[in-house]
Structures are given as C-alpha cells and as structure tokens.
Design a protein around this ligand. Structure first.
Ligand code: ADP
Length: 212
C-alpha cells in the first residue's frame, strides 16, 4: 500500500505520517526532510537549496525525483510532501510503473490558513527523533520548555517557519500543489485537519482500513 499526503504547509502531514509508520509497517519519505538532510551534509547544492526553501519556492522536479529514486526500496510507503506539482506526479507515475508499484490512497489534509499559521509559528522539532511539538498549542507542548520529551535534547525551529516564508509557501501550495487534487481525483480522500491529531489519525485509519 502506498499513500500520498497532499496538504498546505503545517496541516500535519509529518505528524500523521509518523503515527501511521508507528502503527503500520510502512516507510516514510519526506522530501522536505531529505532536502534538509542534503543541506546539513554540506553538499555543493546546500546554499542554493537553502535559498529556494527560504523563499518558499519549490526545488527542481529533477532533483526531487532523484531523491525519491535513491530512497525508494521495497515495501509500503507514505509520501509526505511529494508530489508537489502535476509534473512531479506524472514523473512519479512513470517511475512507479517501472517498479510495478502504484499509488493507492491520496489523503488531502484540509486546514484553514489562520490555523496553519498558528501551527507553523509555534512549531518546534527534535533534531534527534524528528518528533514535532508546538509551543502555541496546549496539547502539543513539550513537558519541559524547549526540550524533547523522549530524547532530552534541545528542540529546534525551522528556518522557513517565519511568517514571510510561510505566506510564500502557502501561495506556492495553492498555485502548484492544489491542482493535484484534480489529478488524483479517483483516489482522493479529504480529511478535516483542523481536528486534533488522534481524531485525524482515526479518520485516516478508517480510509485505509480495507487493507488491514
Ligand atoms: P511544508 O509542507 O510544511 O512546507 P516541507 O518540509 O514538506 O514543509 O517542505 C519544505 C520546503 O522544501 C518547501 O517549501 C520546498 O521548498 C521544499 N520541498 C519539499 N518537498 C518538495 C517537493 N516535492 N518539490 C519541490 N520542493 C519541495
């Protein structure tokens, strides 16, 4: 089973991916995380990638497809943040065909912009385990201010989680990513992502239940 999440920034696709991976035997590919890893590994492309991310734009489709190819192995996958436009979706379909794989479910996490803004500005994540917290939302706060509950290390804030970049990311999402809702209409499921994370998770489980 392969699942794609389509969602505006901060709709909770990373959180839901983590919950699904923990409960089901699935692997998680986040193109955002892979790009951040490339940047942190001081690749010759680091500066260019950082600039694009901080401008809220998309990095090149060819680069993203290479990341996907290099990370896709056997098994069931959750794709978080990919595909991000129709060209990537078409390239992905070609790739999946050669691997005898297919996309089974496309989950659209719908969230109003004002809530997404609140989530993004308070977002903190653990550099060690990747768990996401939020210092503006009660149910998502770490037990100790700024520290991961599990790893006991200091939480970090993403460079692109500021209001200017967020607004640009949101515009990019509307222009480039929302057309995918049409592209995937025959396997699309909409979930209200303004609910709490457990409720959203149960709704997603209901959708994919016929597999388990
Ligand atoms: P969010 O969905 O909250 O914006 P992500 O971590 O998914 O966060 O993405 C962060 C940034 O990484 C994007 O704004 C974009 O610059 C880049 N990015 C991630 N995935 C893709 C992709 N599939 N294609 C192009 N750029 C991407």
């Amino acid at each position: 089973m392969n699942i794609i999440f389509i969602a505006p920034p901060a709709a909770g696709k990373g959180t839901q991916s983590e919950m699904l991976c923990n409960k089901y035997n699935m692997k998680h590919i986040s193109t955002g995380d892979l790009i951040r890893e490339t940047i942190n590994n001081d690749s010759p492309l680091s500066e260019q990638l950082k600039d694009i991310m901080n401008q809220g734009k998309l990095v090149s489709d060819e680069f993203i497809l290479e990341l996907i190819k290099n990370n896709l192995k056997d098994g069931d996958y959750i794709f978080d943040g990919f595909p991000r436009n129709v060209k990537q979706a078409k390239m992905f379909d070609e790739l999946l065909k050669t691997l005898n794989k297919k996309v089974d479910y496309v989950i659209y996490l719908k969230v109003p912009k004002d809530l997404a803004t609140k989530r993004i500005l308070g977002r903190l994540s653990c550099p060690n385990c990747g768990h996401v917290y939020n210092d503006q939302i009660d149910e998502l706060m770490p037990k100790q201010v700024g520290i991961c509950d599990t790893c006991n290390v200091e939480l970090t804030r993403r460079n692109d989680d500021n209001i200017e970049t967020f607004n640009k990311r949101f515009d990019t999402y509307i222009k480039e990513t929302e057309p995918l809702l049409d592209y995937y209409q025959d396997k699309l499921y909409e979930v209200d992502s303004s609910k709490d994370k457990q409720e959203i998770f149960e709704e997603i489980e209901g959708i994919i239940n016929d597999y388990n």
